[in-house]
Structure formats: structure tokens, C-alpha cells
Design a protein around this ligand. Structure first.
Ligand SMILES: Nc1ncnc2c1ncn2[C@@H]1O[C@H](COP(=O)(O)OP(=O)(O)OP(=O)(O)O)[C@@H](O)[C@H]1O
Ligand SMILES: [Mg+2]
Length: 360
């Protein structure tokens, strides 16, 4: 296999265009307005990563777009289909039964993240927050359901209040808690070629955020193992918004900001996709060394990108408003030189596509 991954054709010459797989060991920002073809194109690249590398993918998928990454399309060549079918792709979904059920362990989340799940603010809820920090030191049974009982029966009234809070917020009823069982990161740690964490289909944003945070907390906690991984976050504004409004959303943004700042040396590389730069926390974007840009009409957004990604030539950035669907500019380490590309075809099935309109 080759380090150069074919992803489509050069716009000017129609020759095959490549990305350099070894340069995915830095963070990547993927940007373009709605419908420009980000998710489709991202799928093209991830398929090539599966075909060409041993780089384990962890895909946090808020829109259930990659839940068929294990299913080659009929149109894929026999060889590619056979290779893709041989890759170990695990799809974890809230609705799936058994091993494929998306589950996370509350007790393995960072203690501050657990406080955020309980909507505890360190200043406004100082006493309860502090009690929560003590739970981390005192509670060692390692089982979520046991934690609820332990809190309920604790002699300290503050800890009993935490139990009430868990009940009142309905957190205990959330379907994705693994209790003492196997969780998403246990699956990720078996190093399948890809793990798709389907974050669509939850009843609340809090469940989506808590699931993502639980996975990222554990990857961060085990960062010293230095297992190289590409953590892909499509619709990243759901997870790393600059104006996160709840303690949970803030904790998630902060975790991603931290991984963006320090993860690279531990082999936690991010690939984040969203519609406009302003939808993502600036401290995340500023850490990205690779840029993929699809159609974007807003000159303000393009100016901002030009300032952040000085390596992307302005004459190529300026082409973006005239891109048609599936056209992209790639710049940074993963492109041998800044290049305009017409993306190739997907080899696996797309997930959550546009809502169809019935025709009479
Ligand atoms: N290169 C392509 N070839 C064929 N169809 C494409 C291509 N790119 C995108 N599409 C189709 O266009 C639609 C929109 O594309 P996509 O979902 O990738 O956009 P997006 O940029 O991710 O939008 P959003 O920001 O709303 O998620 C999809 O139905 C997809 O199948
Ligand atoms: Mg999309």
C-alpha cells in the first residue's frame, strides 16, 4: 500500500489527486457551507485511510452520517469492496442491541465532566460541586448504579443532594450508561480499524455531549500510551462551540480545546468539520495544520480562514465561492502542495442523507 491516498482529480488537469496519509498526524480543519459536500468528501478520505493505513479512526458522528462505513456500495470496484469488507469497522449506535449498543461509563469520566453532567457550576453551586469532587476520591466501587445507591444512602446531606440531582435531571434513565459493563472506549481500545460512535438519535443534546465527552475523557486519560489515532468529528460545532451555554457543553469544548493544544504529541489527532470557522472555538482552529475548504460564499469567513491558514494561497481561497458540490481546496502538510480537487466517489454507503421530498 501507498502513503499517497487517491481522493479525486485535480480541477485543472483532471489528473488523480492525492493526500499524504502520514501527515494526518496533525490536526485538520474541514470547512464549507451546508450542502457543499463536506460529509460526502470526508467519507471519501476516511475510506482511503481505511484502505491505505493502519491508523485507527474514531469517528464521532452527530448526524449518523457514517453508520454504513462498513458497507461497500455496489458501484465500488471488487478489489476495493473486498478490502473494505475485510477492515474491522465497529458501528456503535444508541439503538443497536448487544455489543453494538453505544454505551459509556459515568464513573470513568473525568470528575469535572461528571459535575458537568449534573449541571453543577463550580462557582454558583460551590458546595455541591465540591462534594462532587470528593466523590471522586471516596467512591471506589467502580460501578455507576452502585454510585447512585451509595450517594442516596450517604450520611453527608450534600452527597444525598447529588443523588437527588441525578434523579431530577433524569440522568440515571439515560440509555447510554454502561453501568459496570463494556463501554465505547473499551471497543476503541481493541484497536479496530474504525469505530463509529453514532451520536445521532439521542433524545437530548446532553446525552450526545455526555457520550462524546466520556469517550474523549478516556482517550485523554490514556494519552501517555501514545497510540496514534485520528479522532474525526463531523458537525464539530455540536461539540466544540465557542459559545457553549451549559456546563456540559463547556466541559466538552474545553476537552477538545485541550486535545487540540496538546494532543498531537500524544498521538491524538483531530479532524474537525463544520460550516464556518466562527462556529468552532478559535483555540481549536488555530491548532490545525491541514485545511480542507469546500464551497463557502461568505467573504468574511474566507478572510478569517486566510488569516488563520497563512499557508493557503489567497488566490485559491478566493475560488471557493465558485466551487460546485464536491470541489475542495486542500492545503497544509497533507497536500504535497495547495491543490484544488474534484472529489471522487464514495465506496461505502452514505448514512443520514437529506430529507427527500415526495414527488407527485
Ligand atoms: N461529490 C459528490 N458526489 C455526489 N453527491 C454528492 C457529492 N458531495 C455531496 N453529495 C450529495 O449532496 C448532498 C449534500 O452533501 P453533504 O451532506 O456531504 O454536505 P455537507 O457539506 O456535509 O452539508 P451539511 O453542512 O449540511 O452537513 C448529499 O446528499 C450528498 O450525497
Ligand atoms: Mg455534513
Amino acid at each position: 500500500m501507498n502513503a499517497e491516498m487517491p481522493i479525486g482529480t485535480h480541477l485543472e488537469t483532471s489528473e488523480t489527486a492525492y493526500l499524504r496519509a502520514p501527515k494526518l498526524n496533525r490536526h485538520t480543519f474541514w470547512c464549507g457551507q451546508s450542502g457543499s459536500g463536506k460529509t460526502y468528501a470526508l467519507g471519501v478520505v476516511l475510506e482511503q485511510v481505511l484502505l491505505h493505513t493502519h491508523l485507527p479512526l474514531v469517528i464521532l458522528d452527530p448526524n449518523s452520517d457514517f453508520v454504513h462505513l462498513d458497507s461497500p456500495q455496489d458501484s465500488a470496484s471488487e478489489e476495493a469492496a473486498a478490502q473494505l469488507a475485510s477492515r474491522d469497522v465497529r458501528i456503535l449506535r444508541p439503538s443497536s442491541p448487544g455489543d453494538r449498543h453505544l454505551q459509556v461509563r459515568f464513573v470513568d469520566m473525568d470528575i469535572r465532566s461528571r459535575a458537568a453532567v449534573l449541571q453543577l457550576d463550580p462557582v454558583l453551586d460551590a458546595e455541591e460541586y465540591n462534594a462532587m469532587l470528593r466523590v471522586g476520591a471516596e467512591y471506589t466501587f467502580g460501578d455507576d448504579r452502585g454510585l447512585a445507591t451509595w450517594l442516596e444512602n450517604h450520611e453527608d446531606p450534600l452527597l444525598r443532594r447529588l443523588a437527588l440531582r441525578l434523579q431530577n435531571l433524569g440522568v440515571l434513565e439515560w440509555d447510554m450508561w454502561a453501568w459496570g459493563g463494556r463501554d465505547a472506549t473499551d471497543v476503541i481500545n481493541e484497536l479496530p480499524d474504525a469505530t463509529v460512535v453514532d451520536l445521532g438519535g439521542f433524545d437530548s443534546a446532553a446525552q450526545l455531549q455526555a457520550s462524546a465527552l466520556a469517550v474523549l475523557d478516556r482517550l485523554w486519560a490514556q494519552r501517555h500510551e501514545r497510540t496514534g489515532r485520528l479522532v474525526v468529528i463531523d458537525e464539530a460545532h455540536n461539540l466544540a462551540a465557542p459559545d457553549a451555554g451549559t456546563p456540559l457543553a463547556r466541559a466538552l469544548t474545553e476537552r477538545i480545546v485541550q486535545i487540540a493544544a496538546e494532543g498531537r504529541k500524544y498521538g491524538i489527532w483531530l479532524l474537525l468539520s463544520t460550516q464556518r470557522p466562527s462556529k468552532l472555538h478559535p483555540n481549536v482552529i488555530s491548532q490545525c495544520d491541514n485545511l480542507a475548504l469546500m464551497k463557502m460564499s461568505s467573504t468574511r469567513d474566507l478572510d478569517e480562514l486566510g488569516q488563520i491558514f497563512g499557508f493557503a494561497p489567497s488566490e485559491l481561497l478566493e475560488r471557493s465561492p465558485r466551487f460546485t458540490q464536491g470541489q475542495a481546496l486542500f492545503a497544509g502538510g497533507f497536500a504535497s502542495e495547495p491543490q484544488l480537487v474534484q472529489m471522487g466517489e464514495r465506496l461505502t454507503r452514505e448514512g443520514g442523507s437529506d430529507v427527500p421530498i415526495g414527488l407527485r
